[in-house]
Design a protein around this ligand. Sequence first.
Ligand code: ATP
Ligand code: MG
Length: 331
Amino acid sequence: KKRVFSGVQPTGKLHIGNYVGAISQWAENQDAYDNIFCVVDLHAITIPEAIEPKAFRAKCLEVAALYIACGIDPAKSTIFMQSHVPEHSELSWLLNCVTPLGWLYRMTQFKAKSGGSESVGTGLLDYPVLMAADILLYDTHFVPVGDDQKQHIEFTRDLAQRINTMFNAGLVIPEAQIRASGARVMGLDDPESKMSKSTGEQKKGHSIGILDEPNVIKKAIMSATTDCENEARFDHCGPGVKNLLTLYEVMSKQPREQIEAEFHGQGYGKLKKALVELTVEHLRPVRERYADLMNNQDHLHDVLKTGADRARAIAGTTVTRVRDGMGFVRP
Ligand code: ATP
Ligand code: MG
């Protein structure tokens, strides 16, 4: 089987964008691949100002539990905490040394998150290198992610090619797996910008949390920013309505023509109400499974332990291959 690797940062409230763009895809395609899913806690500290140790620890476990609650089956997929496998940090250093600085300054995520400030941590600039290490450690073929991570996957491919050429490292060149619809869910309050965990922590009504209570979901959707006169067609409306239509499309699995026929010319109220209902029902079982998992955290820790053991065994052989290629003395 081909191998899949992906992860989510424990940086805030997980939202419907993370679910639609990433996690739900992982769950749906589990049987087709050898799956490795990681809680990327080392990435989360690239904005250290946002880290409050006690809350961070809880958040990391929450993300692991959410993976399972969203349908990732530990019997079919390896689930682990990135920091439990030190090879991520080690490969990241080896890769750092062959990464041209210019490649990093070009990354749009860095530009957006640093806001041009010189006082951000070096880790924020280095984020794509750690992400490349995550992916390359497991000889990954496919990386199912949202549209915003496309550039980082391109970067990973270029970096793998570079180190293969320089040091005959034999790394597998991965491919991004991005869904046709729903790969970039926009903020409900501002449909010009991507729905994000970090923004969701600061602004009410920005995101739909995977674990949000029905009344919170309702409030967020009903007050979502909408635009243009009454058009509810995918190609003839502003980004706000398109965003709602897309969410409806992904969760209902109905064809676009059917959705347009149902909502076109009806005003946005009908679309919003239907989306509230659909979302609440869609997320209800996730919320229930999540509560069960958090009631038995021993099980969660067992899953993470088993996952880290398996991940380490694979990651160790890759690091050895790269070290050998570069000419390090074996211990
Ligand atoms: P942060 O604001 O901390 O960067 P985030 O919401 O961007 O949080 P990440 O942990 O960076 O979440 O990304 C996890 C996965 O979710 C990635 O595959 C990413 O592409 C995907 N993703 C993030 N936001 C969206 C979105 N709005 N629509 C679709 N996919 C998304
Ligand atoms: Mg992000």
